[in-house]
Design a protein around this ligand. Structure first.
Ligand code: NAP
Length: 343
């Protein structure tokens, strides 16, 4: 069984560049499994912006740092080819965190999740995947929307943001999405049925928010940080909530962090709650989230789109799309056509 993997050779400076990663023979794939381990063939990888943080050497006591020379890690969908755990039979499929390798060994203790019959690997990482559930938990559990409230979402045409925005519409909010470029804005308006859209590449976000939210923003779902966060802070309503989901504008930065926002007194006078969160905080509620996402997708309340790039050898080439904004929906790296199978 041949195996290949992508290793971190050099810490990226800003965008990922040729030579930062190296394609190498895979290790471990021929060793015998220990009890509780499963061997998988990877079918599909989710490109997650936070993988860029894992490649940096910045202080990160709360998240993983990939050592130089070690394999890139990613959320993956895989087919089990050998198993020493009764709950994960050969032939079934899982979502887990895996190496960027063709084959890998997964410890069942790391809580891989079986993919249900009838669901493709693409759906398991896309429409019902980690990003969709992040939009769900962030808005519903952290933001706690009420009908009639004004919700603003940054990165609104992305994998996570588009689900948060549409769930906001379902919850009865007046939703304003911020995204880059005419195509994304029209997709949000026409397909996702988001009431108001701000194109941050051509509009001034702060003044657009001021005129669109005369009574202030009740909930801000932030995927971007930096100037977007500042514009929202400047326009929050009393008792508003700021949901910190991501800070993608800072992941390629050489500084430790994006500058924090100005005007903290506004947060105090506004009795505003700012809360970061991780998808994993709500792991126990995954079945409920997936059931809701499936129902909303079937009824047409939520639309999603996937941007599938093909080829194991070319995996690194597509990573920067997340930062250039050229992805159209959930960015996925397909390495095996089996990812289209629903059983
Ligand atoms: N807290 C959690 O557990 C969790 C889980 C998953 C994801 N996240 C976060 O959610 C965010 C979105 O991730 P995703 O995987 O769904 O990616 P995505 O939104 O599908 O793709 C990334 C998008 O971010 C926008 N972007 C990139 N750089 C930007 C910049 N400097 N300023 C403004 N917009 C920028 C681009 O859209 P435009 O074309 O509109 O600029 C790009 O298409 C990320 O911050 C990620 O870290 C958090």
């Amino acid at each position: 069984m041949e195996n290949r993997q992508w290793l971190l050779r050099r810490r990226p400076v800003r965008m990922l560049r040729d030579g930062d990663l190296e394609l190498a023979p895979g290790d471990q794939h021929e060793r015998a499994l220990q009890a509780g381990e499963i061997r998988v063939r990877n079918l599909l990888f989710l490109y997650a912006p936070t993988m860029r943080n894992w490649m940096s050497a910045r202080d990160a006591s709360l998240h993983m740092i990939i050592p130089l020379g070690a394999p890139i890690q990613a959320m993956s969908a895989s087919r089990i080819v050998e198993s020493r755990h009764p709950a994960f039979p050969v032939g079934s499929r899982i979502v887990s965190t895996s190496k960027w390798s063709e084959f890998d060994i997964i410890d069942a203790a790391s809580a891989p999740r079986l993919i249900d019959e009838g669901v493709t690997a693409i759906e398991a990482l896309g429409a019902f995947g980690l990003n969709a559930m992040t939009g769900y938990f962030g808005l519903m559990r952290v933001g706690r929307p009420s009908p009639g409230e004004t919700l603003v979402v940054s990165g609104a045409a992305g994998s996570t943001g588009s689900v948060a925005a549409q769930i906001g519409r379902i919850a009865g909010c007046r939703v304003i999405g911020i995204a880059g470029g005419a195509e994304k804005c029209s997709w949000l308006r026409n397909e996702c049925r988001i009431e108001e859209v701000i194109d941050y590449r051509s509009d001034d976000v702060s003044s657009a928010l001021k005129s669109l939210c005369p009574t202030g923003i009740d909930i801000f779902f932030d995927n971007v940080g930096g100037t977007m966060l500042q514009a929202a802070v400047d326009n929050m309503a009393k008792f508003g909530r700021i949901i910190l989901c991501g800070q993608i504008a800072g992941y390629n930065s050489e500084d430790d962090d994006l500058p924090a926002f100005r005007n903290i007194m506004r947060v105090i006078y506004g009795s505003i709650r700012i809360q970061g969160f991780l998808f994993g905080d709500y792991r126990d509620e995954v079945p409920e989230a997936i059931a809701d996402l499936i129902a909303w997708r079937q009824s047409g309340e939520i639309v999603t789109r996937e941007d599938i790039r093909t080829g194991f050898e070319t995996l690194p080439l597509h990573f920067n799309a997340l930062f250039e904004g050229t992805n159209r929906g959930t960015l996925l790296g397909l390495v095996d056509e089996d990812a289209y199978s629903s059983s």
